[in-house]
Write a protein that binds this ligand. Structure first.
Ligand code: ATP
Ligand code: MG
Length: 255
């Protein structure tokens, strides 16, 4: 089983878009996949078409687990029409940063939730993180086997990479020695010189991690959001075929 955190503390770099489309692509390749929305903004949940109901979200699971109360992971799992399962988030997750500070083993709460036996049946669990280096991210990293870092092919987008890799290294050297960077994914790549320069800089600094796949900048990425469908499910979508290619690379790097 691979549990993959999709992380970058920079906002708007394509984390949620990558989570949605990579999950759809993995499902298309026959892999059972669970998406976890781990961002209080709940963009991924909206993307998936989630509408509030009485079943628990990740916010209630986290609060339950942090307070040593029972939590019902099974009822929190929903199914999207494209075949990926998901656990939604809501704004209540924003409180986690506050109560986790006063919780014992505060970095290991999500790991306890993901240890629920029913989740062992998923070949892939993808965790969509919020843009921060806070306690939600460390919880995700502690619970994961892998990290994917989407990097927007834009000016200044490499600033902050050091801080992020430092957090990953810290988690690896303390609580979770099995954690590894699965890959770095250039997103929103276009024909500008800046875009090319960023991809070249990534090749210099992070060549061993860089995927061969890059994701183009295309309006269809944003259009798919409104339809609650992945680009992967849309016939002839360039972004969709790029994410299918990424899924191949992720599967290859699996063992
Ligand atoms: N390849 C792409 N081409 C064009 N637009 C894109 C692409 N990928 C994502 N976008 C758009 O860019 C915006 C930010 O993308 P997304 O929400 O995936 O980023 P994020 O890293 O999850 O943001 P946040 O840090 O706020 O959670 C969205 O409007 C999305 O539709
Ligand atoms: Mg997001």
């Amino acid at each position: 089983q691979k549990i993959i955190t999709i992380a970058n503390q920079k906002g708007g770099v394509g984390k949620t878009t990558t989570a949605m489309n990579l999950a759809a692509a993995l499902v298309k390749k026959g892999k059972s996949t669970l998406l976890l929305d781990f961002d209080p903004q709940a963009n991924l949940s909206k993307f998936l078409g989630y509408e509030e109901d009485d079943a628990p979200t990740i916010s209630q699971l986290m609060e339950g687990a942090a307070n040593m109360r029972p939590f019902d992971t099974v009822s929190a799992i929903r199914l999207h029409s494209e075949g990926m399962h998901y656990i939604p988030a809501d704004i209540g997750l924003a409180n986690a940063d506050i109560y986790l500070v006063m919780t014992m083993c505060r970095e290991q709460i999500l790991r306890r939730i993901l240890c629920t036996p029913v989740l062992a049946g998923f070949e892939y669990i993808l965790i969509d993180c919020n843009p921060s280096l806070g306690l939600l991210l460390t919880n995700a990293l502690v619970a994961s086997t892998d990290v994917i870092i989407p990097v927007q092919a834009q000016m200044f987008s490499l600033n902050g990479m050091n801080a992020l890799t430092k957090v990953i290294e810290m988690v690896r050297s303390t609580i979770n020695p099995g954690l590894s960077i699965n890959g770095i994914l250039p997103t929103m790549v276009d024909k500008t010189n800046m875009s090319r320069a960023v991809v070249e800089a990534l090749q210099v600094d992070y060549n061993e991690y860089l995927y061969k796949t890059t994701i183009s900048r295309r309006v269809e990425a944003a259009n798919a959001t409104a339809l609650s469908k992945s680009s992967v499910s849309i016939q002839g979508s360039q972004i969709g075929s790029e994410y299918l290619q990424l899924a191949n690379e992720v599967i290859e790097r699996g063992c």
